[in-house]
Unconditional design. Structure first.
Length: 166
């Protein structure tokens, strides 16, 4: 009797940066190619300043709901909406982004896709990307921002624009 391997999943960390939006496009492309389901993951954290561990449950529900809306808006920005030809599951979990992504992408047939911010003086990618690449037990695809978004002027414009976006 043979064991069936679990259905393939493409787990993608969702973030509305240029690299994050490109990672979302890449994840959908991989899912279409492999007949996989996209798990769009947004991690969120809230650390109350008054006393740790005292966050009311209602706030947790609101933050999880806001994280799901964030994912939907990222799909709108990257692809014009959630694709209908690929199965998509929106996941909003509380915790550190790298750990949430590595924990979620733990099945045998999973592929983890993360956006990789521009290279800095100390190597490729941001701290979440480095965390995922060093600790994930599945293949990790680190996707850079599109070439047009790598110019310093564009990055500065993007940061300024994000400050004024609700």
């Amino acid at each position: 009797m043979s064991r069936r391997s679990p259905a393939p999943r493409v787990v993608v960390g969702v973030d509305r940066s240029y690299a994050g939006l490109e990672a979302l496009r890449t994840a959908v492309r991989l899912a279409r190619r492999d007949g996989a389901c996209v798990h769009a993951v947004r991690a969120w954290a809230f650390a109350p300043v008054w006393r740790p561990g005292t966050m009311p449950w209602i706030w947790q529900e609101d933050l999880a709901r806001a994280a799901r809306v964030y994912v939907t808006e990222a799909f709108d920005a990257a692809l014009g909406g959630v694709p209908h030809d690929v199965a998509v599951r929106v996941v909003a979990e509380q915790g550190y982004a790298g750990q949430v992504l590595v924990d979620h992408a733990s099945r045998e047939n999973d592929v983890l896709v993360v956006g990789s911010p521009r290279r800095g003086r100390f190597g490729a990618g941001g701290h979440v990307t480095r965390y995922c690449v060093s600790r994930a037990g599945v293949p990790v695809v680190a996707v850079p921002a599109p070439a047009w978004a790598r110019a310093e002027t564009i990055r500065r414009f993007g940061r300024d624009l994000e400050r004024f976006t609700p």
